[in-house]
Design a binder for this molecule. Structure first.
Ligand code: BTN
Length: 272
């Protein structure tokens, strides 16, 4: 692995990390998710809260095999979390991360008046005023004793945004009066994630689901989801107890476990 990098201008905020958490910073990596997975697979002695952070990525990974453009100035971090006992619950961590990122954004100092609308888009995106500011990619990896871990890959746009026209419209924190640094975002984010992980473990997914629903689409909002067989649209009917998206479609209720929300405009859907 490339030598870890720390410079004065990008000093890692280690003194402010939750107890036992540690960040390895790099000038450039292929992908922080790929790098953290290599560490888990090859170096064995790992712990929850081990993080890999890069100033840029040359092969940033998005969901569904997409590329995550990674210009300098944004947050690219992967955080190691102990997998739940049941592998069927692993995806819940994406929601935990989304709730933590939303809280982080709301806690960052802003220089303009008024609080921006920071919302969650199923399954794991965070939006500001309807535009994507953060993407989350949870991936599973096993260490040399076959113990499973979750790598929570988090990309937050601070200054520069992805310009892929096919992607959900992008935005950055700076466009909403938030001028901050990757190090400061990481300090606030890790504190929030540490707290929500504890709640998830103590109270189960219900606590996270309630939080997510409080910032997700309104029940009844028009939502369209891209599925391998084509797009399906309907009225948002909530999240199932395991995080599946519930849609009221013309053909009845649908439970969607994987897909991409193409739009969710918050207006009431016409139901017939
Ligand atoms: C998405 O498609 O919305 C998920 C994007 C996740 C991007 C982050 S950036 C840090 C980490 N490393 C990666 O290669 N991807 C994730």
């Amino acid at each position: 692995m490339t030598q870890a990098w720390f410079t004065a201008s990008h000093a890692p905020p280690e003194p402010h990390l939750p107890p036992g958490w540690r960040v390895m910073g790099f000038e450039s990596l292929d992908s922080t998710n790929a790098a953290l997975k290599r560490i888990v697979e090859q170096e064995g002695d790992v712990h929850e809260g081990l993080m890999v952070w890069a100033a840029t990525q040359t092969a940033g990974r998005g969901r569904a095999g997409r590329v995550w453009a990674s210009p300098r100035g944004n947050v690219y971090v992967s955080i190691l979390v102990a997998a739940p006992e049941s592998s069927a619950r692993a995806h819940e961590l994406g929601f935990v991360a989304a709730v933590a990122v939303r809280e982080t954004i709301l806690e960052l100092p802003r220089h303009n008046a008024g609080e921006p609308k920071v919302s969650c888009k199923w399954p794991n995106d965070v939006l500001i005023e309807g535009e994507k500011v953060c993407g989350i990619l949870p991936e599973v990896v096993s260490d040399d004793s076959k113990r499973p871990w979750i790598v929570l890959g988090i990309g937050i746009n601070l200054q520069a945004v992805q310009l892929d026209p096919a992607a959900y419209p992008p935005t950055a924190l700076s466009a909403h009066g938030i001028d901050t640094t990757p190090a400061h975002v990481l300090t606030v984010l890790t504190r929030s994630l540490y707290k929500w992980l504890a709640q998830w473990r103590e109270q189960g997914f219900a606590a996270i689901r309630t939080q997510w629903l409080g910032c997700g689409p309104e029940v009844g909002a028009n939502v369209a989801v891209g599925l391998p067989e084509g797009a399906v649209s309907g009225a948002f009917a909530g999240l199932d107890e395991d995080g599946a998206l519930l849609l009221e479609t013309r053909k009845g209720k649908r439970r969607i476990v994987a897909g991409d929300v193409l739009f969710g405009d918050g207006q009431n859907a016409a139901r017939d």
